[in-house]
Design a protein around this ligand. Structure first.
Ligand SMILES: [Zn+2]
Length: 323
């Protein structure tokens, strides 16, 4: 029986249950937080995280994958506290979330040296704890798949091959990054079913999405509520079209919600919400309160739902093949 590591220890894969595959219990710049800690209120962050996760739990969520990696302020003790306070299983990752910049530390070391650090997080534990990573995160965005990004992707691929854990790659369809990201993983010998191309659902261009799916990967329709990338209705249209075409076993649905985020001054965040750039509905429960009711009305079956929220996350995490 396959087991999956969570921040409170390994669990049998069949106990993962209803899973949100992409949510952040906290997202912040770890360098700023380390240098100017007075800017951050840990108690308030913890309260916000517990509130968001409890709201998801009320909809039956048993597990959350939190892809907060290096540069997103990964803190597995914080995650464990959220998990213990809510009873929801949280799955942590290793990896580096960068669109371009790499510290000198990594620029002067080779791919295998970086992969070794990822492997350590997976096999021994993270940040001096015995909490193990169950997947690997990397990213490409507007600057494209540049040299530093490629290096991290190759390190992620090699760590995945060494340990068997899957990869979640942040993609930017508007910059056509997905195909090249996948190509690197395949060049490194990673099986496509170990790859999740996150944020593919920021596009509703089936000519972009279907060729990726045809290569056997999972795609994340995982930013419900981030209206500036794609409005909710168009996300739903895309999901239904992909189910219709027979790809339900490769879809992962989530919100990429951040219970707290320090990327913008708080006034700016409020303006974004009020201006509709970010949906005021963005939350850890939007898919249950607004998305699924609409999709059910349009014919999404209970069986499809179970595949998207239970079977697919489990199969991606364990590498279980489609029978
Ligand atoms: Zn994210």
């Amino acid at each position: 029986m396959a087991e999956v590591e969570t921040v409170t220890g390994p669990v049998p894969a069949e106990q993962l249950g209803l899973t949100l595959v992409h949510e952040h219990v906290r997202f912040r710049d770890e360098a700023v937080a380390e240098q100017w800690p007075h800017l951050y209120d840990r108690d308030a962050e913890l309260a916000a995280a517990v509130e968001a996760v409890n709201a998801a739990k009320a909809h039956g969520v048993r597990t959350i994958c939190d892809p907060t990696a290096m540069f997103g302020g990964r803190d597995v003790r914080f995650m464990r506290e959220v998990s213990e306070r809510t009873g929801v299983q949280i799955i942590a990752c290793t990896g580096i979330y960068t669109y371009d910049h790499l510290p000198m530390f990594f620029r002067t070391r080779d791919v295998d040296a970086i992969a070794e650090l990822f492997v350590r997080d997976i096999t021994e534990g993270i940040q001096g704890t015995d909490i193990k990573a169950a997947f690997i995160k990397c990213a490409a965005d507007e600057p494209g798949v540049n040299e530093n990004v490629e290096k991290i992707h190759r390190a992620a691929a090699r760590a995945s091959r060494a340990t068997g854990v899957p990869i979640m790659a942040h993609t930017r369809p508007a910059s056509n990054t997905g195909p090249r990201q996948l190509e690197i993983f395949l060049e490194e010998g990673v099986a496509p079913e170990k790859v999740q191309l996150a944020h593919t659902g920021d596009s509703d261009d089936l000519d972009y999405i279907v060729p990726l799916l045809e290569q056997g990967v999972y795609v994340g329709l995982d930013r419900y509520g981030l209206e500036m990338f794609l409005p909710l209705e168009r996300r739903n249209e895309t999901l239904l079209a992909l189910v219709e075409r027979g790809y339900v076993d490769r879809l992962l649905v989530s919100q990429d919600f951040c219970a707290t985020i320090d990327w913008f001054p708080s006034e700016a965040v409020e303006q974004l919400v009020a201006g509709g750039a970010v949906s005021p509905d963005w939350s850890m429960v939007l898919v249950f309160e607004k998305v699924l009711p609409a999709l059910r009305e349009r014919g999404l079956s209970a069986d499809d739902e179970r595949r998207i929220f239970v079977d697919n996350p489990r199969r991606w995490l364990t590498g279980e093949r489609l029978s």
